[in-house]
Design a protein around this ligand. Structure first.
Ligand code: CA
Length: 231
């Protein structure tokens, strides 16, 4: 399970606490403390879920929520609002603007983890399971195995990660920067061209002996698993 959480929160103590504990649970965590930069962080990191504080510098949580909902590329990303008890009314507003759930501060870490998993299961069952299938392709996260039409596909670790990202959301287009971030991580410098090289390897392994290519190249944009694919 490799799930990326974007935490939009300006309180440093909470940033550290959530980052540490969510990482311990196996989540990947990216943090943005400035409300005005939240949408940029979403575009850059393509998170699976967003924990969104309500009171933020430069742009509040409701406005961010509304902005993310208005864009097709971010509409599908689930949002959990973090609100203080005094902001009871805002919770309802947040849900009205498309947030999937809310958590009231102060909260326990186990509550946050449980809510994240519950929301992910609801919006995208594939993401919380060990085995993800799309059409006749099956990816087993626990055993690190891939099959196409029952045939075992031998993939290197990078190609496995690439397919894992793409298969979680068939049809969603990831640009090269997003794939770099998801597959190689934020702290490593890799050229954009490297993505093309590994997509090429993934295609070669996946398509050997098959007539169709389930990976779609989107000109000037990136790559997606073709949602119309079937063998
Ligand atoms: Ca705050």
């Amino acid at each position: 399970m490799s799930i990326k959480v974007l935490l939009v929160e300006d309180e440093e103590a909470l940033q550290g606490l959530l980052e540490y504990n969510l990482q311990k649970e196996g989540f990947e965590v990216v943090i943005e403390g400035d409300g005005g930069l939240a949408e940029i962080a979403v575009a850059e990191h393509a998170p699976d879920i967003i924990l969104l504080d309500w009171m933020l510098p430069n742009k509040n949580g409701i406005d961010i929520c509304r902005a993310l909902q208005s864009k097709p590329e971010s509409r599908a990303i689930p949002i959990i609002m973090l609100t203080a008890r005094a902001e009871e009314e805002d919770k309802l507003k947040g849900l009205g603007y498309g947030a999937d759930d809310y958590i009231t501060k102060p909260f326990s870490i186990s509550e946050v983890v449980a809510r994240i998993k519950a929301v992910l299961r609801r919006v995208n069952p594939a993401i919380a399971e060990d085995v993800v299938s799309f059409a006749n392709i099956t990816l087993d996260r626990a055993q690190k195995r891939v099959k196409r039409a029952g045939k075992a596909i031998d993939l290197g670790p990078t190609e496995f990660r690439l397919l894992e990202v793409l298969i979680q959301r068939p049809g969603r287009v990831y640009d090269r920067a997003q794939l770099l971030d998801r597959v190689w991580g934020q702290d490593i410098y890799v050229e954009n061209r490297t993505v093309d090289v590994h997509v090429g390897r993934l295609r070669k392994a996946l398509n050997k002996g098959f007539a169709t290519d389930p990976i779609r190249t989107v000109r000037a944009a990136g790559y997606a698993l073709d949602e119309t694919y079937s063998d």
